[in-house]
Structure formats: C-alpha cells, structure tokens
Design a protein. Structure first.
Length: 496
C-alpha cells in the first residue's frame, strides 16, 4: 500500500499505529541558492578522492593482491557488510530533511498486517518515483518471504508482531537536498552522523563521509532488485546472472560463449552506450559540446588546405576539461583515429596491415524528441562525425563487445552504469573501471587491480593504463580472469 501524507510530514494517522516516540517537526527548507547548491555538491564529489590513489602499482604489489584474493576466495567481499545500530522512528523521520524527492518511509502496521510507503507532500512526486515504488514492493515482499515469523503473532502470548520502520530512497542519484551549513568548500558535516539507515536502491555515495548511514541496494530494475526478490521467494538465481545460451538470451557473455581467447581479442578500448548528462548536481558546469562554439567557429579561421579532422580534434581537446566523461572518451577516440591514420600512411603501399585505433568509444543512441534514437539518425552527432569526431557508432551486442580486449564502464547520469559494469567484468577482456564519487551495490565486491584497472573520473589516465595493459599482458589477463571468476560466482546459489 502506498500513501502520500496530507501534511508536510508523515501523517499522524500513520504514526498512531507505531508504539515508538514521535516528535512533530516541520521540514524547513532554505531558498534555492544556486551558489550554495553548487558548493554543497562540489564538496560531496571531493570527499571520495582525498585518499584515492590511481597510480599504477608495481608488479609485485599486484601479485600480492592476487594472492590475498585467491586465499580469501571469490565470494569474499572487500567491504564488510554495514553494521546497523538500533534506531527509533524518530531517527527515521529525522532523515526527511536531508532529501528533496524520491524518499519514503516504509512502515509495517501490525494491526492491519500491512506494509505502507509514506511519501511527504513537501517533496515533489517526479517520474523517478516509480523506482521508489518498485523498490518498496520488492522490499516488502522479500521481508515477508525471508522472515515469515517476524510478521506473525507470538506463538506463546499471541501478541502482535513488533512495528517496523525503514527509510528508503531510489534513483540514479540519491535525491538529497542541500544544507546552508555548507559555505564554499569547507568540509563541515551537513548530514548528521547518526541518522537511521537509508536503503538506497540505486547509485549511492562511495564515501561514507558524505552520508554515513546510506546503504547501496540493488537497482530498481528487473535484472537487479527483481532478481533478489525471486531468489528470496524461490531460492533461484535469476537467468540474467547465468551464462547466455539459446535458452537464455538475456544472460551474461563469457569467453566460452564467443569462443575467442585473450590473444585473439582486438586491442582497443571499446564502449557503446547512450549520451546522458553526468552527475549534474555535482558538476553543473560540465556539459556536452556545442559544435558551432567548440569547432565550427574555429574552423572558419583556417585555410582550405588545413586538415579539417586534425583541426576539429585539436579544438575538442581544448574544451576537454569542460565536457562530461562520455564526451571525453569521444575525444580520446578521435585522437586515436588520427594517430592510426598517420601510422597507416607510413606503411608501405603494398602492406596489408590495418592499424587499429587504440580507442573505440562512441555513442550508439541518445534521447531525441522524447525517444531513445540511434545517433546515426540525429543531425547533432552526424555534424561531429563529418568533421572527424567519432561521436556516433553502431550499437554492439555483448557478443560483439566480447571480441575486444579492453572495456570501460564510463558513468552516466548517476555516475555509474548499473548493469554495464557486471556485464563487462564477465567478458573475456579487461575492464577499465571508471571511478566516480558514486557506487552500486556490486562495487563492494570488486577490488582494484584484482578485478579491474581503475580509471580517474576525468579519464585523463586512460591512455597510460591502456599502455600498461599492453606492456603487461600476463597481469592484464589475470585481472580479467579474476573478474570473470567473480561474476560466475554470482550465478551460483552460494555466491548470489
């Protein structure tokens, strides 16, 4: 049951069924000051990187990591499960002011044996709230299935089961608001350290300093939270986590699926996906390129004889720092293509060798006129392509992607790729994992330099990491094998 309160707080009627202390409060919200919002979210993004190290370790350090992983086993988690301390309904309610949308309070009412989702009238009801509803339904069903005795009367006294209250949120990015305690970039804690746990069904903050009680949960998709619901009810692992086959076309792709070994893979970093915004609340100044402003106006000043592709590529590099990561990857691809073209020209005329660009990262689709559309049909992208900027490429199935040696899971709107990371970990190639301020629940099982090679948020070290992998094929293959082993373990009863 879903209820929306008639006040700016959870309704008194809902709370009356809970025998926990309740304090009335108002959700006071400050005026929307753009500078304040920017400072707040900019601070959030800085925290995870205070101790982050993207340097390439020495070989012996990587081998030591391998040894620790092998000894612990593929089912071990590098991040221990979150320890939850006892909390009250007051604690749950106190979370409300930290969110501005896609947040609800789940209450189990023993008198009616009903789970209810309460959504405050002080919050906007937006399109993303359907994910909150999906998460609530899966959570309520799973709780009943996994803990049936918890929601039954006591056998001895026949007293009703205890009340239950949970805070949940959902979405590509948590619907947190801002707080006036943030001034500039000063690291003042704006989220109380002892809030009740918040189950975030979607991408969550990576750093515990940002929102200590937020717990990353399976995303509100049929191949994530619904799979956990199925496992809770039937102890069956979802087909999505199994190997792809004629009978399971939606499964994962492994080396044996395509029959192509490491040595036969195409040595390029490949990516295909959709052109989305990127963490706009954290980085409101990052943008997609404007062809006329970034390229066209500069080409007008060149002589006819100048190589237009080279000029356009250089023009894009000039605005590299202003663009979202997925467009940064397009710039890397443009430069890789220019480099490959020069190498191809240098070969003897009778040579049959084909120089393959080291990067092949392009958009296959984008939202256009309200619908997801192939970029080949959108004039915006084709104008870039005509000037040598490979912004558009044909979509690729997992079987096609599996023929490449290197992959990257460049983050989208919420800073992660959700299913993309899991799928690419299972492929026979090596994953360059895009490290951002956000994480998904699966990331807690991944170890850098054991299951993936970390890439900086701005992709500035992508070429360096590619060169390392090319010069260290044995270590790169071991990392790829470790990742595949991890993904396969998730398809087992014990691993799931």
């Amino acid at each position: 049951m879903i209820r929306r309160s008639t006040l700016a707080v959870i309704s008194l009627a809902a709370l009356a069924a809970i025998s926990l202390p309740v304090q009335w409060f108002l959700l006071n919200r400050s005026s929307d000051d753009n500078a304040s919002i920017y400072s707040y979210h900019r601070y959030l993004t800085l925290l995870p990187y205070q101790n982050d190290d993207h340097r390439i370790p020495k070989d012996k350090v990587i081998l030591k990591k391998f040894k620790a992983f092998y000894e612990a086993g593929p089912l071990s988690a590098p991040v221990p499960p979150t320890q939850i301390s006892p909390y009250t309904l007051d604690d749950v309610i106190s979370v409300l002011p930290t969110f501005h949308d896609v947040f609800g309070v789940v209450i189990y009412d023993p008198s009616t044996d009903t789970f209810m989702l309460h959504y405050s009238n002080n919050m906007r009801w937006i399109a993303g709230c359907h994910k909150l509803v999906t998460s609530f339904q899966a959570l309520a069903h799973s709780l009943r299935t996994m803990f049936p005795e918890r929601f039954k009367p006591d056998r001895n006294s026949n007293s009703p089961p205890a009340e239950l209250a949970l805070a949940i949120s959902s979405g590509d990015y948590p619907g947190v608001g801002h707080n006036d305690c943030y001034v500039g970039l000063e690291p003042t804690p704006c989220v109380p350290a002892k809030l009740a746990p918040v189950l975030q069904f979607g991408s969550a903050f990576k750093s515990p300093e940002i929102f200590p009680s937020m717990i990353a949960m399976p995303m509100a998709q049929i191949n994530h939270v619904s799979c956990f619901q199925t496992f809770a009810a039937h102890q069956m692992v979802c087909p999505y986590y199994q190997a792809r086959s004629p009978g399971n076309p939606q499964g994962l792709v492994f080396e044996e699926t395509v029959g192509v070994g490491w040595d036969d893979l195409i040595p390029s970093v490949v990516w295909r996906g959709t052109d989305f915004s990127y963490l706009h609340r954290l980085y409101p100044r990052l943008r997609q390129p404007d062809f006329e402003m970034d390229i066209g106006s500069k080409l007008e000043k060149l002589t006819y004889e100048y190589n237009v592709k080279v000029a356009a590529t250089r023009a894009m590099r000039e605005v590299y720092d202003q663009l979202i990561p997925r467009w940064k990857s397009v710039i890397w691809t443009a430069e890789a293509e220019r480099e490959a073209e020069e190498k191809q020209k240098a070969l003897p005329e009778d040579s049959e060798e084909v120089v393959v660009p080291w990067a092949n990262m392009k958009f296959a689709a984008a939202m256009h006129v309200g619908a997801k559309t192939p970029t080949s049909e959108i004039p915006y992208y084709q104008e870039f392509v005509e000037h040598g900027i490979p912004a558009s490429g044909d979509g690729m199935s997992l079987e096609t992607l599996a023929r490449y040696k290197y992959h990257i899971d460049t983050g989208g709107g919420g800073g992660t790729t959700w299913s993309g990371t899991l799928e690419k970990l299972g492929l026979p190639g090596l994953l360059f994992h895009h490290e951002t301020p956000m994480k998904d629940y699966l990331h807690d099982k991944m170890v850098k330099w054991v299951h993936y090679v970390p890439i900086k948020e701005d992709l500035s070290d992508l070429k360096e990491k590619f060169d390392w992998a090319e010069s260290h094929p044995e270590l790169a293959k071991q990392i790829s094998d470790n990742a595949t082993r991890l993904v396969k373990s998730l398809g087992t009863q014990e691993g799931f």
